[in-house]
Design a protein around this ligand. Structure first.
Ligand SMILES: Cc1cc2nc3c(=O)[nH]c(=O)nc-3n(C[C@H](O)[C@H](O)[C@H](O)COP(=O)(O)OP(=O)(O)OC[C@H]3O[C@@H](n4cnc5c(N)ncnc54)[C@H](O)[C@@H]3O)c2cc1C
Length: 475
């Protein structure tokens, strides 16, 4: 079979592109290296939907961020992805006020609504900024979203609308054919008329495999603290320090799932596997958070993590290749890539449909069925669900109050969750205070039962084994 389009990479960019293309009469396929989508940068970032005031005017970053912010809230609602348009503030002392003016001028050039607030107005929005703060730049259109749930929801909707996703399929070679391209993976070869490269940290490598433009890539790691959900009551908006050349600085923000994060740092690295936090980097978060936020509570940390920014020069690279026909790339998508994803997908949809001129499918799904989450149901609704299915009465993750029924639903969702991490990203089982200490083995048993595989074959994610064999079977 010859596909119309193959998308390489299942981060938020690739899944958003697939979701758009699935609405047309085309055969579209996404090839993802890992055992789930959203397995790399898309799972480890700040989850902020930026307003777009601090991107340099006239760059791709500015253009796609501002348009992405407009589209994001509609996508989040249609896809039932946790989000909150809570606004953001950049805080400043009296001496730093002119820097806020400079940011406000950039915002005006980018067409983003912002307002400089005085001390009283700032504290009215966020009572817990540090006492030294006198001013802030308020951006009402900013907010937060669950980045991995967004990518998963794009993937699910794309599948329901007819797209295919092959997981565990790293592209290792790309050959030109009479029809277009042949992509080789360990599980098979796939031919298509058009290729869209959304391979994140490996984007430049995919270009090289195909013989498209060569780009030098650099990487910048960002470390974070995740705080217990008891801290959520203290944070009302996204709190940024003034940006620097290295990025937007160490923020304090609520997460769409109900926690609080402090971070990220900005550590240059050349290693794409460099996603382990370091003491030095975490210490710099400890030192910086109190400069903007007065309720820092590092003793409420439940986890640390790191994500990797992929940089190609100073801007995103989103275009049809100049040297290869029907080869499109969206690479070097560092921050604000999450915020820009819906707009990048819209742009790539125009390029692909401009080439193939497909008709739109009739009756595609745009609003996904609302997922039932125990924590959002009334007692009456819970009783009614238990009467139909007793799995609604069995709480597996006690920290996040996730039931067996929700886990079973995730395992049988359009893009099936087949690992403990995949279940965690869809249901939050294991994301709470105990970090899966109690529910992990139970989640493994449910996966084993539902997929009819031995417990020893249930993986954590990324191929990592948890249980190798039964202890009593060992000689
Ligand atoms: C610390 C940090 C904080 C950030 N904060 C924000 C923020 O608050 N707001 C915001 O807007 N943006 C933020 N970003 C940026 C945002 O996270 C990224 O722009 C976005 O996640 C990039 O998505 P992607 O799909 O390009 O890459 P990825 O999510 O990395 O996806 C690429 C996919 O391609 C797959 N792949 C790689 N090679 C191959 C291959 N050979 N074959 C098949 N598949 C392959 C990978 O496994 C991966 O799943 C942040 C980034 C970092 C690192």
């Amino acid at each position: 079979m010859i596909y119309d389009c193959i998308v390489i990479g299942g981060g938020v960019i690739g899944t958003a592109v697939l979701d758009r293309l699935a609405r047309y009469n085309m055969n579209v396929l996404l090839l993802e290296k890992e055992d789930d989508v959203a397995s790399f940068t898309t799972r480890a970032n700040s989850g902020i939907v930026h307003a777009g005031y601090d991107c340099d005017p006239c760059t791709a970053k500015a253009r796609f961020n501002v348009r992405g912010n407009e589209l994001m809230w509609r996508d989040a609602q249609e896809l039932d992805v946790p989000h909150l348009k809570c606004g953001s503030i950049v805080v400043a002392t009296a001496e730093q006020r002119d820097k806020l003016e400079a940011l406000a001028q950039k915002a005006a050039k980018n067409g983003v609504e912002v307002k400089i607030l005085d001390r009283e107005q700032t504290f009215a929005i966020e009572p817990n900024v540090a006492d030294c703060i006198e001013y802030s730049l308020y951006a009402p259109s900013a907010g937060i979203i669950s980045p991995y749930q967004l990518a998963i929801a794009y993937a699910d909707r794309a599948i329901l609308n007819g797209a295919k996703i092959e997981l565990c399929s790293p592209v290792t070679a790309i050959k030109k054919t009479a029809n277009g391209y042949l992509a080789t993976t360990p599980s098979g070869e796939y031919e298509s008329k058009i290729v869209v490269n959304c391979a994140g940290a490996n984007g430049a490598e995919i270009n090289d495999l195909a013989g498209a433009e060569h780009y030098e890539t650099t990487y910048r790691r960002g470390d974070y603290f995740v705080l217990d959900n008891s801290e959520r009551k203290n944070v009302h908006t996204v709190i940024f320090p003034l940006p620097t050349a290295a990025g937007k600085g160490i923020l304090v923000a609520p997460t769409a799932d109900g926690n609080v994060i402090y971070g990220p740092t900005a550590v240059d690295t050349s290693d794409t596997s460099d996603t382990a936090t370091t003491r030095e980097s975490l210490d710099s978060i400890r030192a910086n958070v109190p400069l903007s936020y007065k309720c820092a509570a590092f003793n409420k940390c439940i986890r640390v993590y790191a994500g990797l920014r992929t940089l190609i020069g100073h801007d995103f690279v989103i275009k049809q290749s100049d040297v290869l026909e029907n080869f499109i790339m969206a690479i070097g998508i560092c921050s604000p890539g999450l915020s820009s994803a819906p707009a990048i997908a819209e742009y790539i949809e125009d390029i692909v449909t401009g080439k193939l001129d497909p008709a739109k499918k009739e009756n595609t799904i745009s609003v996904m069925p609302k997922r039932k989450r125990l924590t959002e149901l009334s007692d009456g609704e819970i009783d009614a669900l238990i009467a139909k299915d007793s799995a609604w009465g069995r709480i597996v993750c006690r920290c996040e109050k996730v039931t067996e029924a929700e886990i079973v639903e995730a395992i049988h969702s359009p893009l099936a969750a087949t690992t403990v991490d995949a279940v965690k990203r869809r249901t939050r089982a294991g994301m709470g205070r105990c970090q899966g200490g109690f529910c992990g083995p139970r989640v493994m048993e449910i996966i084993s039962r539902e997929l009819n595989i031995p417990l020893s074959e249930v993986k954590k994610g990324g191929g990592a084994s948890i249980a190798r064999y039964r202890v009593k079977e060992v000689e």
